[in-house]
Every structure is written in structure tokens, then in C-alpha cells.
Design a protein. Structure first.
Lengths: 75, 346
């Protein structure tokens, strides 16, 4: 494998690994509290296990945004 | 509508849609493989993998073209709106078919003990300047696949709320980049290795049809915009009686967002033309039991204030209306979402 291919592959692996850790914590704890439907006064949105599992790929891809929102920053 | 979140909000229509979709995909793949194998029987394991690569790749491009054609088709002919209702399942299915296509390609390289060459092909930077003859067309396929991955991964309604509709919509417009990359992937790949005229004919027919439908739909939408922006920030809609009962007239200030002015009997109201769900063209919907109903997915908002009925929480921005003689006018500055700004005719 070429050196540049190795660098890209390791970069992707690191990004996805970090994303997976954050995504799992997010769907377990943060997701219901972070919806943007303007319903902050109504508490966390009910969310089934199936819905949480479906959110994992998106949270892995967009983990920097997820983390940012979770830390209270705007997108 | 989203009082809470489930994996999929199944109903009879979605189940029928998905059953037909899966049936058509299975029919296409089986038909492609059977016909191709009978015309040119593969003589090795790699040959069979190659056949699957072509079957799934062509199926994915056909499905992606269909996904992109449904929006303008539904705008041009409202009878096709049921196709749009569950388009996201078609989009997610397209991603999985494209993923299988890529998976078979990796399987082919593994069988040939040549996987290092695949990485080498994608990172031979000098070849990227060698367009079109030596351009690594697989990189274009990878771009298309990654684009579809982003769409599929964020297709759940949750992401629409989390990312906010404008950002979600902007991300999902990326599918056009993916479609262009997929078309180039075929033009520089399959079209070069297979000199049969059917490949370019089908490619250009699909790409041309999708492009033409978008142009026609855009022209139709532009024709809906009426009214001139008045100097005092009010826009003429026309005579209130000209708005069909239960329907809307769509107007747009110069450079501004479209506004849908609905009439429900004697009640008039103006709301943003963008549905809070997926930015669907709500002004092309109609009023059912006092609620404006989006033509895309049936999201409902009360006519008088643009609020979804409880327990739902979505709201549309509303606009002030006034009558000047016979003419109805709408103020171009939006009010906070959910503000009651309806007008009752005498």
C-alpha cells in the first residue's frame, strides 16, 4: 500500500473510532435532550431503541457537530 | 409528525411502497444477471463477481435517477405525489444497492489477491491530471457512495430537527454532486470497458431526463410567483376570491422566501411556503379540517396560526395580511413562527 493510502486509511479509522465512542454515548444519553424542535420546555422527546440505533451512523459521521451541540455551542 | 421518535413510523402505505420497491429491485437484479449470464456465460468466479458488480451498479444508478426524478415529477403532476411520500426509503435502499456494488468490487480484488492495487489506484495522484483517459474512475464512484452514505445516515427525522431544516436541506442537496460523480464514474468506467452503445444511450437518457424534469419543474415554480414588491414592504396577492377555497396562492418578494396565502372559507392566512418537516412546498398542499396539509408527507398546521395541532410542536412563520379595496396584500416581513395573523373576510 502506498504511504498516502496508509495515511488516509489511518485518518479514516481514527475519525470513525472517535465517532463511534461519541455516537454510542450520544444515542444512550444525549439524543433525546438535544432535539431542535423548539420544544425545550417540554423535556426530552420520547425515543424508541430502534430510533436510537438508527441515529448511530449519522452521529459517527457528524460527531464534531454532535459534540459541539452537546457542549452547548450553536451549530 | 414528531411528538416522539421511532425507527420507522410504519403504516399501510409505507409497507406497500417498500414491498413494491423490493420486488422491483429483485426483479431487475435477477433479470439482469439471468439475461447477461445466458448471453455471455461467465467462465470463472471473478466473471460472476463482475456480473454482480454490473447488475448492482446499473441498478443503483437507475434508482438514484428515480429518486431525483420523483421531486420534479410530483411538482409537475400532483397525481404522482404518492411516489414522493416514502422517497427516503427509496434513497436508503439505493445506498445499500450501491454499497453492495462497491462490496463486490472489493471482493473481486480480494479474489485476485490485488487489494493493495485498489488503494494504489485511488492514491495515484498523477493519474487525476490524466482526464479522461487515465482518471481513476473508482474515486468518482467512492464520492457518489460517500454522498449517499451521508444522505442515508441523516435521513431520520431526528437529524432534520438536530441539524435544523436549512442545514439539513443544504447537506441533502449534496446528492446532486453524488449524482454527477456517479454519471462520470459510469462514463469513465463502464462506458470505456464496454463499448456496447446501450451503455451511453441509457446513461445520457437517464441523466438527460432527470435534468429536463428539474428544468420543467423550476419553470413551473417560477410561474407561480406573482405580485410586485410594494415600496412599503407589502406584496399584492390579488383578489381574495380568486384563491380557490382550501388552496393557496404562492407569491414571492424579489429575492425573498416564497409565501403561501391560503383561503379556508372566509379565513385567509399567509405562511412560509417551506414545510417545517423537510422544506416541502406547503403552498401546493390544501386545507383539511382547518389544517394546512403538506403535499409531501402530510404534516399539518392550523390555518390561523401555522402551529401543528397538539401534541405536535412544529410551527410555520406567518405573515400579516390586509385588504385594500378588493386586493389582498401580504407583508413581506415574517412574523415569529406560530403567530396568529389570519384575516376573516366580511
Amino acid at each position: 500500500m502506498t504511504p498516502s493510502a496508509s495515511v488516509i486509511l489511518w485518518g479514516v479509522l481514527l475519525y470513525v473510532s472517535a465517532g463511534l465512542i461519541i455516537a454510542l454515548a450520544f444515542v444512550a444519553v444525549g439524543a433525546p435532550r438535544l432535539i431542535g424542535h423548539g420544544a425545550a420546555d417540554q423535556g426530552p422527546a420520547p425515543m424508541t431503541l430502534g430510533a436510537r440505533l438508527l441515529l448511530i451512523p449519522g452521529a459517527v459521521l457528524f460527531w464534531p457537530l454532535v459534540l459541539r451541540r452537546w457542549l452547548g455551542e450553536p451549530l | 409528525m414528531s411528538a416522539g421518535f421511532q425507527a420507522v413510523q410504519w403504516n399501510g402505505a409505507k409497507i406497500r411502497y417498500d414491498a413494491i420497491l423490493l420486488g422491483l429491485v429483485a426483479f431487475y437484479l435477477a433479470g439482469f444477471i439471468l439475461i447477461a449470464a445466458s448471453l455471455h456465460p461467465p467462465t470463472s468466479a471473478a466473471g460472476w463477481i463482475d456480473l454482480r458488480i454490473k447488475a448492482f451498479g446499473s441498478c443503483a444508478f437507475l434508482m438514484l435517477s428515480t429518486v431525483l426524478a420523483i421531486g420534479p415529477l410530483a411538482r409537475l403532476n400532483p397525481r404522482l405525489l404518492p411516489l414522493l411520500y416514502n422517497r427516503r426509503h427509496l434513497g436508503v435502499a439505493t445506498f445499500f444497492i450501491a454499497l453492495a456494488h462497491a462490496g463486490f468490487m472489493v471482493e473481486w480484488y480480494l479474489l485476485e489477491s490485488d487489494i493493495a492495487n485498489l488503494a494504489g489506484e485511488l492514491t495515484s495522484w498523477a493519474d487525476y491530471a490524466n482526464f479522461p483517459a487515465g482518471f481513476p474512475f473508482k474515486a468518482l464512484g467512492l464520492i457518489a457512495l460517500l454522498t449517499m452514505l451521508v444522505m442515508a445516515a441523516t435521513s431520520h427525522d431526528y437529524w432534520l430537527g438536530f441539524l435544523t431544516p436549512p442545514l439539513w436541506k443544504a447537506i441533502h442537496m449534496g446528492i446532486y454532486v453524488g449524482y454527477g460523480a456517479a454519471a462520470l464514474h459510469i462514463a469513465l468506467g463502464a462506458m470505456q470497458s464496454n463499448r456496447h452503445p446501450a451503455v451511453p444511450i441509457l446513461l445520457f437518457a437517464l441523466f438527460g431526463t432527470v435534468s429536463l424534469l428539474h428544468i420543467l419543474a423550476a419553470r413551473k415554480s417560477a410561474a407561480l410567483d406573482i405580485g410586485d414588491d410594494d415600496s412599503d414592504g407589502w406584496l399584492v396577492v390579488g383578489a381574495a376570491s380568486d384563491i380557490p377555497d382550501g388552496r393557496a396562492r404562492i407569491v414571492a418578494p424579489v429575492g425573498g422566501e416564497r409565501i403561501a396565502v391560503f383561503r379556508d372559507g372566509r379565513i385567509l392566512s399567509a405562511v412560509s411556503n417551506l414545510c417545517a418537516h423537510q422544506n416541502g412546498p406547503i403552498g401546493e398542499g390544501h386545507v383539511v379540517d382547518g389544517c394546512i396539509t403538506c403535499p409531501w408527507h402530510g404534516y399539518e398546521y392550523r390555518v390561523e396560526d401555522g402551529c401543528a395541532p397538539p401534541p405536535f410542536t412544529e410551527k410555520l412563520a406567518t405573515y400579516r395580511l390586509r385588504l385594500r379595496g378588493n386586493l389582498l396584500e401580504v407583508q413581506t416581513a415574517p412574523l415569529p413562527p406560530g403567530t396568529n395573523a389570519s384575516l376573516t373576510l366580511p
